[in-house]
Design a protein around this ligand. Sequence first.
Ligand code: GLN
Length: 303
Amino acid sequence: MDLQALLDDLARESAPFAAQGRVADYIPALAAVDPSRFGIALATMDGQVLGSGVWRAPFSVQSVSKAFALALVLARDGEALWRRVGREPSGNPFNSLVQLEYEKGIPRNPFINAGALVLVDRLLSLTGDSVGALRAFLREESGNAAVDVDAEVATSEAAHGHRNAALAHFMASCGNLENPVEAVLDHYFRQCSLAMSCGDLARAGLFLANHGLRADGSRLLTRSEAKRINAVMLTCGTYDAAGDFAYRVGLPGKSGVGGGILAVLPERGVLCVWSPALDAHGNSVAGVEALDRFTTRTGWSVF
Ligand code: GLN
């Protein structure tokens, strides 16, 4: 199969679907992004990276970072993590507050904002610098030492972070945060503001397609832990559209409101697509379209 030609076709065919979506506008720094940008990259198990469109351009990874945060916490805490956060789809928007009260401050899963705040809290306790640990990991796995936080986006996140602050304070009131709310929020906002390209993210995610083995051959996760992260990505990675994403794409995926989606092709590689215009659930419209077309053409879904 000519994968380069396929990616070029997908870029050409899928990019126009951005017209059906809207760029995230909850912070000015994201609202200013050009909706016509489109990139797609495929990293294969042998370390090769192919791409089409603006696949080398950094964008705001936002919640795509949560898949990597989960990996770092699960690698250290193992099953004990699940005492702090659940692993069921929420069926609610990613920033929803309602379930948290019924569930006594235990978020439904690690990918909704409340759950991601718990991951940050744990990583902060474990490393003393949650975003620093994540950035170091992403630099190593992507092979790009320039991966960093976009300070303008981070400032914007903090200035408009009332919902996240509400989630964090509620969890603190239930005893489900170990660190001061302010520190957890600061690391969370900077984590969301990491800037990476499709190529960087696809390469960085390869351990998820490779049963937990890192780029240097060392083991980050056991085979079952890698399987579990992929399972949670499939069921919760695209929030209240996870059912539709599994139906259309058939791969574990993690989206972010910057318009990126990381999708894992077990034992084959990792695909990352970026198009900033989002659907009502906060997932990239053209991104889902491209992934749908990719698995339809190749037959490389997990089903
Ligand atoms: N920074 C965003 C927030 O906290 C991340 C959400 C997302 O990418 N889905 O709401």
